[in-house]
Design a protein around this ligand. Sequence first.
Ligand code: ZN
Length: 440
Amino acid sequence: MNRSNFRYWLQPKRSLLLVVIATLAMPAPASIHGADATATHIAPIRAERFSADGVTFRSDFPGAKVSSYAHLKTGEFELTIRPENTPINNSAWYAFQVTSERARAIAVRLSYENGTHRYHPQVSRDGRKWTRLDDDAIQRTKDKRGAILQLNVGTDPLWVAGQEMIDRGYLEAWMAGLADLPFVKKSVIGRSIEDRPIHGLQITESDDPGHVVIIGRQHPPEVTGSLGLMAFVDRLVEADGMAAEFRKEFQVTLVPLVNPDGVDRGYWRHNVKGVDLNRDWGSFAQPETRAVRDRVLPLHRPPDHRIYLWLDFHSTHQDVFYTQPDETETFPPLFTRQWLDAFDHRTPGYSVRRVNSLGGKQQTSMQWAHRTFGAASITYEFGDNTDRAEIRQVTRIAAEEMMRLLVPVRQREKAATHRSDENTRKPDAAARDGIRTGDR
Ligand SMILES: [Zn+2]
């Protein structure tokens, strides 16, 4: 969508059309509900060596996902990829390593059960630096459900994955770097079903802050959501005056990895109970969502300490903000509209897409945050294939425009609270000073 369409979407008179479009564009509804769901725990395949070809595949590292391997003929292999349970969204994640006893080209067919090929392969020689596999080296299968990759392999491992692997180790290293900053505190706010830590970070230079909450990676394969989240937060911790002033007015509570089990296991969408965590914000049947809820609920003590903004980072087929409609009351009023307008003005050539979210009863984090705090709440989605440098550039700008808008709102709120404090304190102070304030 181009810039003019963005403005068009914001016109209130077009709301009926907006509703129709929003319905079509919304992610698939909740498919899994608490106790009915059982994830299929297929033991991970550690390694499979095809001795006739001297080729070995591995999927025994965190984040790996291949369900079975088959040798089709010399130099040709089939990798079958199954989701953790069904029904499930088509976030058909895969990740594996391959080596060969001699340098050669091989053909690898990716076959999906309960899904189709979605993620263009990224490859790496060291598991850290990733590049997009050349278009020439990939073709879709005739039925369009799978893909065939041409890979150059040798004795050094080649990593192949649906996206560059921003795995738990990567995110934890990034969090540790943040925690070195004097105004960042890191703690374990809870544990996943498989007892992995869920980390929370607190970023502030105020002892009397307003609050912004940022969470991510409820859905394991959504790597571009993590890239966006990291770029956004990295801007908030910079040393310049804008960021410093923001930290003097606000605390950011950050949970970058809500679903560590799913990320480690290479899941497509769910936690190990087979539950979509972003449909659990209501029943709170899962420890991962409960951990975040219990961390953020005490922050909100209106009128002086509110949650002003809730951001939940995700990935989908394009960059899009799922928002509350402007007609919905939020605090701060019309923040979303002002923010996205300001963001749009500063990013000529970049499409700022906004889709109003319907279904206030949906058990997403965004709907819960709005229901519970009245906060501006947004699901911030990045496209699977959005250029990575563009993600960093535009997300920094989004962070700057957020700071620019929120700081004066907080300052006004504090001034108003202070005034009302003085009004209520006066009689006490007068009594303490022994001044008669009664009838004369
Ligand atoms: Zn998602």
